[in-house]
Design a protein. Structure first.
Length: 176
């Protein structure tokens, strides 16, 4: 313990400047909230499915719930059941063990449903694409509306991909 205290005393106080705040995100967040209300008139409910990933994408999706991004405040909810979801957000390559579960979740999601493939593995199969345990990218099983590349994609890109899927479905849906 004394050695640790000596090390702290020798190190001293850091003299780095505090980084400047980026207010662009907060301006964009108000627009995202308004877009969700314009399209759905209520909160967007998402069922997140890990189809066999390394959990890198899940960490970034989880970061969307922190106070900085605050997706709940934007009108986006992560739900436990596909029966309550408007969108499936799938990460990881489509593994043999998860193929049937992903299909059942897709079938249980009410129409009109959106499917977003998040991360390089869900989009292309990623580094696992040649594995004996992988069926390929998500698009081999489900119609994917939007892909979000990256390994893992940053939270802001995931949020933009979710909003893009919402806008695409809204513009292609029959009006009436």
């Amino acid at each position: 313990m004394w050695q640790l205290l000596k090390q702290i005393a020798r190190t001293g106080t850091p003299d780095e400047r505090v980084p400047q705040a980026d207010d662009a995100w907060h301006t964009e967040s108000r627009q995202i909230q308004q877009d969700i209300l314009d399209v759905l008139g209520r909160a967007l409910c998402i069922r997140e499915i890990d189809a066999g990933s390394c959990n890198g994408c899940e960490l970034e999706i989880n970061a969307l719930s922190n106070p900085y991004y605050n997706i709940e405040g934007l009108g986006i909810r992560i739900v436990a059941s596909p029966r309550h979801a408007d969108m499936l957000l799938v990460t990881g390559p489509l593994t043999l063990n998860m193929r049937e579960a992903v299909w059942q979740a897709y079938e249980a999601t009410p129409h009109p449903k959106l499917v977003v493939a998040a991360g390089e593995c869900a989009c292309t199969g990623g580094m696992f694409r040649d594995s004996y345990a992988v069926c390929g990218p998500l698009s081999t099983l489900l119609p994917v509306d939007v892909t979000i590349p990256g390994c893992p994609p940053p939270p802001i890109d995931i949020l933009r991909g979710i909003l893009t899927a919402l806008r695409v479905k809204h513009t292609t849906a029959p009006q009436g």
